[in-house]
Design a protein around this ligand. Structure first.
Ligand code: FAD
Length: 386
């Protein structure tokens, strides 16, 4: 099939099966999104980069780009949880045959939602300081401790979790990677409300949670290389679909500027031109990330460049949008006078956190400086961190 035919078929599928407006109610919304992901999977349109044996499409470079562009244009729901872009590639590389067979398809189909349990109250940038313990008892681990900032923790079925199996001082040499059943006895999930008013992430407490040793991915105390793989994919995840999404969002912002009669202002035009250039650069950066993954099997440290570029762009874009709205830029989603149901204001508030999640901007800059530019290590950095 020619690439143009592939694009046309995918577009026709997305238009024809579009699941309609997003329900306001949380429970209905979850069911709506799960039904969509199942439909996509069953039709063979899920997992553009995934191996076919786990239900993916195993697309070539050009087709992954086409897929992301059409998906973003169609405004259909995205994946649930953080498993697809982060845990799945880690499982494909390090998981046993049994783990891959058991976990990958349900994750891709949206039947099981995955969330990432890495951060702890005193272990964010300095991830090797984590203290949640897993003590081995026969063929089970007994897990105790606390995680925080777990995105989608409240809807998760599986938590891909970092635990300390080594001595308290073992840092990255005493960490293991466990798949914890989020519904197991002893797991308590508490949603945390953020600046937007939504509860996007949670804190999670483990009290004597029993996890089968068979649910450890990789070696005991050998979790750190998996963390590197996960974090690389987390930073790269969405590089291409963000570029495709922001292409659409920028077009909508330009439309908004026209509607408000602001495009006569040369300063507004200069800002829009700057965003236009950046969204095009983002597209090429996204392509480079896909090419890297296809060539080396891993995104590598360049994923920090993609991540930093996207998050600073999205903050700048939403700040500009709120400025453009003038006094209306103060009206949130619940206000009847809010412009476009408050979406720009919501985006402004939501993207405040972008330069923190998946490693802060400072940490990304240090990674770029050391690992890509070969500059000396920041003396403030601990021996090994995010
Ligand atoms: C929206 C969002 C979603 C998230 N989702 C998840 C999730 O699903 N799962 C999960 O496990 N975690 C998640 N996190 C947590 C995220 O990974 C951490 O917040 C992040 O790593 C920063 O850690 P911290 O909050 O402990 O801040 P700290 O590490 O305490 O950092 C505080 C400040 O000090 C700076 N700093 C710290 N060390 C250095 C250094 N060595 N050099 C220079 N500057 C430094 C930081 O850049 C920052 O400005 C999420 C966070 C956000 C905001």
């Amino acid at each position: 099939m020619h690439d143009d035919d592939f694009r046309a078929r995918l577009r026709a599928f997305l238009v024809e099966h579009h699941p309609g407006r997003r329900p306001k109610d949380r429970t209905e919304r979850l069911a709506w999104q799960k039904a969509w992901l199942a439909k996509l999977f069953d039709a063979g349109y899920a997992g553009p980069s995934w191996p076919r044996e786990y239900g993916g499409m195993d697309l070539s470079f050009a087709r992954q780009v086409i897929y992301q562009e059409e998906y973003a244009k169609a405004r259909v729901p995205g994946p649930l949880g953080t498993g697809l872009g982060i845990a799945a590639p880690t499982l494909v590389k390090y998981g046993t045959a049994e783990q891959k067979e058991r976990y990958l398809r349900p994750m891709l189909r949206g039947d099981a939602v995955w969330a990432q349990g890495y951060s702890e109250p005193d272990a964010g940038s300095d991830l090797p300081a984590l203290r949640t313990t897993a003590r081995r008892e026969g063929d089970e681990y007994i897990v105790n401790g606390q995680k925080v900032w777990t995105s989608s923790g409240d809807i998760a079925d599986v938590l891909f979790t970092l635990v300390r199996t080594g001595t308290p001082a073992s840092r990255q040499h005493g960490i293991s990677y466990l798949l914890v059943d989020a519904h197991a006895p002893g797991v308590t999930v508490r949603p945390l409300r953020d600046l937007t008013g939504d509860a996007h992430f949670c804190e999670i407490f483990f009290t004597d949670v029993r996890v089968p040793v068979a649910d450890r991915v990789g070696e005991e105390n050998g979790g750190w290389p998996l963390v590197r793989t996960s974090l690389g994919h987390e930073r790269a995840a969405g590089a291409m679909n963000q570029a495709a999404r922001y292409r659409r969002v920028l077009d909508e912002l330009i439309e908004l500027a026209h509607e408000r009669g602001a495009t006569a202002d040369p300063l507004v035009r200069a800002r829009l031109a700057d965003f236009e250039m950046r969204v095009r650069i983002m597209r090429y950066t996204g392509m480079r990330t896909i090419a890297d993954i296809l060539a080396r099997g891993e995104p590598g440290p360049a994923s920090s460049t993609s991540r930093l570029f996207v998050v600073t762009f999205e903050q700048d874009l939403h700040e500009f949008a709120v400025d453009l709205l003038g006094p209306y830029g103060m009206l949130g989603r619940d206000d009847p006078h809010a412009v476009q149901r408050g979406r720009w204001v919501w985006g402004f508030l939501r993207t405040r956190a972008s330069t923190i999640g998946a490693g802060t901007a400072e940490i990304q800059r240090n990674t770029i400086a050391e690992q890509l530019l070969g500059l000396p290590r920041d003396p403030a950095m601990p021996p090994s961190s995010r």
